[in-house]
Design a protein. Structure first.
Length: 131
């Protein structure tokens, strides 16, 4: 039921382009290195639409433990637990040449389930409406 409803939702969301904002780093046990994406109207609308959908699914008791991340940052993780602070300088200098001014078409959405015990699990991918 959930996958059918999510697919229906995504049929009405047009694919769109996003643009990079450079590299970002989260400081943890190992550095988490990511591509930062610029916020735009379509990306914010997508987040709100998916948030409302997931909240409704939770209200209908189809999913549980959904939490809206108010501090959400649009990003693509490049290195997580497979990087080190010793390698950070090399990673940044290699990556910044290709990532600084780039764009990407958002044509699919993947839903992930996050568990503190088991980490992230890709549970479903769906295509957006092609322009």
């Amino acid at each position: 039921f959930f996958k059918i409803k999510f697919r229906e939702l995504c049929k009405n969301i047009e694919s769109f382009e996003i643009y990079t904002r450079g590299l970002g780093i989260f400081i943890q046990d190992t550095p988490v290195i990511h591509i930062r994406w610029r916020q735009n109207k379509k990306l914010r609308r997508l987040k709100k639409t998916v948030h409302r959908f997931l909240q409704n699914m939770q209200n209908e008791k189809i999913i549980r433990d959904y939490v809206n991340d108010e501090d959400w940052i649009p990003k693509t993780t490049l290195a997580y637990k497979d990087s080190s602070y010793d390698l950070l300088k090399n990673i940044i200098s290699t990556s910044k040449q290709t990532i600084i001014d780039d764009s990407m078409m958002v044509e699919n959405l993947n839903l992930y389930e996050l568990s503190l015990k088991y980490g992230e699990k890709d549970i479903y991918q769906v295509s957006l409406k092609v322009k």
